[in-house]
Design a binder for this molecule. Sequence first.
Ligand code: PRP
Ligand code: MN
Ligand code: MG
Length: 180
Amino acid sequence: MQNDIERVLVSEEEILNKCKELGATLAAEYDGKFPLAVGVLKGAMPFMSDILRYMDCHVEMDFMDVSSYGNEMRSSGEVKIVKDLNTQVEGRDLLIIEDIIDSGLTLSYLVDLFKYRKAKSIKIVTLLDKPEGRTTDIKADLVGFNVPNEFVVGYGLDYKEMYRNLPYIGVLKPEVYSGE
Ligand code: PRP
Ligand code: MN
Ligand code: MG
């Protein structure tokens, strides 16, 4: 699997250090509160696990599975709820956890949904931000790393459901997806 990677963009160590830093920041912001952390499946899974481990405050966890990419390299433009939350959102402080913001469609859909459900507050933390991909005006409150406009995989991010289990963020060799 690692043979398919052209270069590493963010190393395992950089990711973990960033999780500690972001976790500490969030713990201070939510001190005395009981936020609901919403992990956006599937991509956010490793990041959610690591960042919450370094967030020293009470937090409830839930998951939302939405998909806009399917097996494609480009967003379909349509966000589909595959699995909804089990938790009531009204009056809660929400922390949405994402692996990457690209067009911003996934998050603008979720933010609208959670506003409609009357969340008390909504914060977004994303490990990666790809500002050049943006077609909406969504912005994260906390960003781990900016990445260039390339197709990145690893640490939750997939290509055709593969590479999510890489411990770092990397760029695929072009021959891996040539013909797409
Ligand atoms: C990817 C990624 C983000 C979203 C970002 O998810 O994990 O959730 O796309 O793109 P956007 O800003 O253009 O909406 P995907 O839909 O591929 O589902 P996955 O997390 O299950 O891979
Ligand atoms: Mn995702
Ligand atoms: Mg995907």
